[in-house]
Design a protein. Structure first.
Length: 242
């Protein structure tokens, strides 16, 4: 959501009051210097959730930010978010300041990024900002006895992050000048039975907008149907957040 004048942001909370759920920070864990896991607790009984959907928080007087929970339990009133503290924008700065006992409002859930249970295979592409999505889609796939594959474009210093959240992933190096170059190479190298299996997957593409575009184009060229591909950019070059 773009930056809004304060009075419009206030009006948004009133207009969507039925989707606003008061929550409290009940637990915080720093899994690494820049990876913060925050557990929110509140009454979420009216906030049904499909794995993959996003939630929103108002991070300052004029801006809202989307996040994908890593864990969501509607009945227990628990929502966990993995925050990548990159310090590039108001969302990261807000997440850095969160402390146990803080209160805020969780907006949603919603969005087109949703687990497609009718598919046996689930291919997830993203970066540091996509760890929450990977975790919750993994849980959904495991519950359905289905298969998942995560391909993550990470900075070298963050290549161990998937293991910190009990996640298996194929990792490629983040290249700022050539978004998803290594990820596209991995897709091109998938041949034979391996590709025959995974081309029937649902493809969930998140993270950097330019990387998503490159991976999507590579999939289409390899014959993957457009309806199999779901995209949700979490950030874009030159923007402070989405």
């Amino acid at each position: 959501m773009p930056s809004l004048p304060k009075w419009i942001a206030n009006g948004t909370e009133v207009l969507f009051s039925r989707m606003m759920h008061p929550v409290e920070v009940s637990q915080i864990d720093y899994l690494d210097d820049k990876l913060k896991r925050v557990r929110f607790f509140g009454d979420l009984r009216s906030a049904s959730y499909i794995p993959g959907q996003v939630i929103e928080f108002r991070v300052n007087e004029t801006e809202f930010r989307h996040y994908t929970p890593a864990h969501y339990d509607q009945e227990q009133g628990v929502c966990e978010v993995l925050f990548y503290l990159h310090d590039y924008g108001p969302g990261s700065q807000w997440a850095e300041r969160l402390q146990v006992g803080d209160t805020t409002k969780l907006m949603g859930p919603g969005g087109k990024m949703q687990f497609q249970s009718e598919y046996q295979y689930h291919f997830i592409f993203g970066d540091e900002s996509s760890l929450g999505l990977c975790r919750i889609l993994k849980s959904a796939a495991d519950a359905q006895h289905q298969e998942y594959l995560c391909l993550l474009e990470l900075a070298q210093a963050h290549c161990h992050w998937p293991s910190l959240v009990d996640l298996q992933a194929d990792i490629v190096t983040n290249t700022n000048q050539n978004p998803a170059q290594e990820a596209v190479r991995v897709l091109r190298d998938m041949q034979g039975k391996l590709w025959n299996t995974w081309q029937r997957a649902t493809f969930y593409l998140t993270g950097r907008a330019k990387s998503i575009q490159a991976v999507r184009q590579a999939l289409i060229k390899r014959g993957v149907g457009a309806k199999q591909i779901i995209t949700f950019p979490y950030w874009a070059d030159g923007k402070t957040g989405l």
